[in-house]
Design a protein around this ligand. Structure first.
Ligand SMILES: NC(=O)c1ccc[n+]([C@@H]2O[C@H](COP(=O)([O-])OP(=O)(O)OC[C@H]3O[C@@H](n4cnc5c(N)ncnc54)[C@H](OP(=O)(O)O)[C@@H]3O)[C@@H](O)[C@H]2O)c1
Length: 316
């Protein structure tokens, strides 16, 4: 273990840069002016530019992660990298555990040693979906292996990093701002554009958060003094079929292309919680970033996508 350098107050480390959530974080951090952003990705990153640096390596490479962390000496880390495909995790449990728990544990050790603030992206899926509108005090009960790894990762952060933050994200809605990643809306739009029907479970209830608000909230948590667990979720509680109908309608697609299904009837799918809606009262209390309704969140996503396509930096 090498000696840790003093923290670089203006340096932010973001993992999972090629992904959906981290792309929004990085784009907004660069628009904000507060941070020098150091992004870690499995994929080759874009060219370095002012206040942006990207390194490419597998986060499971402990030596590479330790060396990068020591060089960067970040003041805060937003840990968005994960194996986030629930069904992939169910059938690849060793990899899922290595990435979702192992990498988090190493980052937790590095942050606790240096004093950097660690912000972990966890999930609404840690709950069993029986009660709904879960608060931060409700006990998790994982129904699938992905959720088990997230519960474990949460415990690691709470146990090792006194100024750590566990964020539990509602279903993330939006279009990728940088990179690609796990956007159901982008996939749905692709199908609808081709005139292909899509189906969403009517018995899965969520509190979707738009990816722009989520990026802002994660950055705010990197900058403020909050520590502990916080639910980052939108202010609309809705089932996934109705949500898809709403989004398709607003984007100008034929509503009859969207059908309802039952999550328990999809063969080979790992179990999901039915009602994993999150209570966002604490986020509304402690964050300046407002937790939006689904409709306002979609407006924000579309506005920011236009800005980004015009090559402009975001402004809050
Ligand atoms: N999207 C949602 O609705 C949602 C909801 C709740 C919680 N979350 C959580 O939010 C976080 C971000 O999710 P997301 O939607 O942005 O997922 P994503 O698009 O799949 O991004 C995850 C990123 O992690 C990277 N990664 C995985 N293993 C890696 C490794 N060994 N080394 C380096 N990078 C690695 C992936 O790189 P590659 O693409 O190159 O594999 C990917 O870019 C995750 O922790 C997820 O569990 C997401």
């Amino acid at each position: 273990m090498g000696e840790s350098r003093p923290l670089m107050e203006h340096r932010l480390l973001v993992t999972g840069y090629g992904g959906f959530v981290a792309g929004s974080v990085v784009w907004q951090a660069l628009g904000g002016g507060r941070w020098d952003v150091h992004a870690l990705s499995l994929l080759e990153g874009p060219q370095e530019r002012e206040r942006f640096h990207c390194r490419q390596f597998d986060l499971c490479d402990e030596a590479a992660l330790e060396a990068a962390f020591a060089e960067i000496a970040p003041a805060a880390v937003i840990h968005a990298a994960a194996l986030a495909d629930i069904d992939f995790c169910q059938s690849n449990q060793q990899s899922a555990r290595r990435v979702n728990v192992g990498v988090t544990a190493q980052l937790a050790r590095l942050c606790s040693r240096s004093g950097a603030k660690l912000i972990l992206c966890s999930t609404d899926s840690v709950f069993d979906g029986v009660k709904g509108m879960y608060t931060e005090d409700d006990p998790p009960r994982a129904l699938n292996f992905y959720a088990e790894t997230k519960v474990e990762a949460e415990g690691v952060v709470r146990g090792a990093v006194p100024n750590g933050v566990v964020t539990r994200l509602g279903l993330v809605m939006g279009l990728p701002v940088l990179g690609a990643g796990n956007s159901f809306l982008a996939r749905m739009q692709e199908s609808l554009k081709r005139g292909q029907a899509v189906k969403f479970p009517a018995n899965e209830i969520r509190t979707p958060i738009d990816v722009i608000t989520l990026g802002r909230a994660l950055l705010e948590l990197a900058e403020n003094t909050f520590s502990g667990t916080i639910h980052l979720a939108g202010s609309t509680r809705i089932n996934r079929y109705e949500m898809a109908c709403f989004l398709a309608g607003r984007l100008g697609y034929r509503p009859e292309l969207v059908g309802a299904t039952d999550s328990n009837a999809i063969a080979g799918r790992a179990p999901r919680p039915n009602d994993a809606s999150l209570d966002n009262a604490q986020a509304r209390r402690v964050l300046a970033t407002p937790m939006l309704t689904l409709s306002d969140g979609l407006d924000l996503v579309l506005r920011m996508k236009e800005l980004q396509q015009g090559g402009q930096a975001p402004r809050a």
